[in-house]
Ligand binder design. Structure first.
Ligand code: ADP
Length: 235
């Protein structure tokens, strides 16, 4: 669950608010796209949720964690409830696929026996079992994104956050990637929030869409399309 109440964000040294009075809720099990023009605040919202950036005003609650009150030493526990996927995959180039996946559990001291099982499970889930011993540079972009999604699943997150996950993929692979998020959402019951500017994909998926413009949430549609007509404050 993601709950924003009157959230604002001002970066140091800037006058303009990057996010202004944002109030929205993503319930457990929902699939939501966050769309808006470049500079409208999409990445800022993403970074507020991951607690990479502190908020300036308002309240954010995610998966029963109140981010205003979350102590610094608890942040790693909080982040384990999130699975994060980026446009540029962010795989460790010197590690194999299996090692990349195992790493996220090794750092939290999980028993290696369980780690191996979990690696096999998530790789099979994303259809990448046969690439287990490959290095990232031996994989295509689409395959690397699958591995990064498998990595996001390792700790059984309650929420998957994806920032422009198809930005480096061609249209067909982009569609496959979104179908994979859809499957994760339906079969694993994971809440999914995808930041994107891919009109065709948003239109094809028929999901809830949140619209941002100049830092404000200007629309919220169930089964929405990429273009939002009738948005308040639209140019
Ligand atoms: P989007 O992801 O929709 O392109 P961003 O969240 O990256 O938008 O940016 C929203 C606004 O915040 C923009 O005006 C941008 O210039 C500003 N901004 C983003 N990151 C920083 C930063 N680290 N320092 C100062 N301003 C920033």
């Amino acid at each position: 669950m993601i709950d924003f109440q009157h959230v604002s964000k001002r970066y140091k040294g800037t006058e303009q608010l990057a996010v202004q009075d944002a109030t929205f809720q993503v319930k457990d099990g929902e699939f939501v796209f966050l769309v808006g023009p470049s500079g409208s605040g999409k990445t800022t919202i993403f970074k507020l949720i991951t607690k990479e950036e502190p908020l300036t005003g308002g309240n954010i609650q995610v998966n029963s964690f109140d981010l205003n009150r979350l102590k610094h030493r608890r942040v790693p526990f909080y982040r384990r409830t999130l699975g994060v996927v980026f446009q540029d995959f962010r795989l460790i180039q010197t590690k194999t696929v299996a090692e990349n996946l195992a790493f996220v559990m090794k750092v939290i001291n999980i028993d290696p026996y369980f780690i191996d099982d979990r690696v096999d499970e998530v790789l099979s889930w994303v259809g990448m079992t046969d690439k287990k011993q490959r290095f990232p540079h031996e994989l295509s972009g689409g395959e690397q994104q699958r591995v990064s999604i498998a990595r996001a699943l390792m700790n059984r997150p309650e929420v998957i956050l994806a920032d422009e996950p198809t930005g480096n993929l061609d249209p067909e692979l982009s569609q496959d990637t979104l179908q994979l998020f859809d499957r994760i959402n339906r079969e694993l019951k994971t809440t999914v929030l995808v930041v994107t500017h891919e009109k065709a994909l948003v239109d094809a998926m028929n999901k809830r869409v949140l619209y941002l413009d100049r830092g404000r949430i200007v629309g919220d549609r169930q089964q929405g399309t990429y273009e939002f007509s009738g948005a308040k404050g639209r140019r």
